[in-house]
Design a protein around this ligand. Sequence first.
Ligand code: HXC
Ligand code: NAP
Length: 274
Amino acid sequence: MQIDFDFSGKHVVVFGGTTGINFGIAQAFARQGADVTVASRKQENVDAARAQLTSFGGRVFGVCADVRDFDAVGGAFEQAVAQHGPVDVLVSGAAGNFLCEAKDMSSNGFRVVIDIDLVGTFHVLRQAYAHLRRPGASVINITAPQSFIPMRYQAHAGAAKAGVDQLTRNLALEWGGDGIRINSISPGPIEGTEGFRRLMANDETERARALDAVPLKRFGTLDDIANLALFLGSPYAAYISGALIPCDGGGALESVKPPLEAAGRAATAKASKP
Ligand code: HXC
Ligand code: NAP
């Protein structure tokens, strides 16, 4: 199911927008009439995404750029704006991840995720700034629950995404006067995506356990996230800025429960000792 919004004549740029969740967002905006730009590292991903997006009838531009390369990101915006004009909605969602305990992680392993997720987000927003429609632009960063829920094997991604969230708040402060809104979406486990494949256990027992941790008792879909992005990109969200919005079936609530309950049990046991 998708909500009906009209983005005809609007330019929507999705960085990291060629696969998975971000491509789902790009598709949703294309379906609602937007002129879409997608950017990522691999030419084959850019070509495939552009071909699919074109089938919705709008104007589509695709460009290769690694978010770690500040100048390449700037060049991508120059080309995109030459094609479709100022940017009305910007989605920044490029990310990299793998499972590794901090004690086993190399310095470069930690750095590469910080570079893609956090420095990359800064590059995208910083290079976009001159091209954002003002007033009126909406910037949407894609974060993750590990930004505010500590998770084992995720020291790199947790630190990077926490930085992304604070960037959201800082830039909402600094750019609000230009009429630019900036928010973060924190997706829960979205089935069929690379992040889901990489980070969720793939056997049935672990899958059932993960599902049980979602209060709504289902994994998320691409449309769940895309619908929130459409809303944040639209005038209906005109007074929302600097917000971190989980779209996770309530999963963030359940994840903090076990440690909190364990601490509560320990405190209760201590308090009840004579
Ligand atoms: C330990 C690892 C590792 C692993 C890589 N490294 N994989 N260390 N365990 N599994 C280390 C390498 O040894 C190297 O350090 C350093 O990381 C860089 O590795 P490269 O392969 O050279 O990096 P690069 O080619 O730039 O690739 C970046 C990447 C890759 C992050 C490693 O996985 C990638 O490009 N991913 C993009 C797609 C992706 O991850 N999508 C999922 C996003 S999901 P040394 O010291 O050896 O040089 C997400 C959250 C989901 O973000 C949340 C779900 C709930
Ligand atoms: P994905 O399919 O791997 O999407 C990542 C996208 O970023 C791809 O288009 C990739 O294309 C691009 N990318 C990666 N590194 C890049 C770089 N250095 N420069 C430019 N583009 C780059 O992953 P996903 O699972 O859909 O995740 C998308 C977003 O949602 C991420 O921000 C992730 O942290 C977040 N998230 C996902 C989940 C989940 O359940 N999947 C949960 C919470 C949060 P190229 O390979 O062509 O560069």
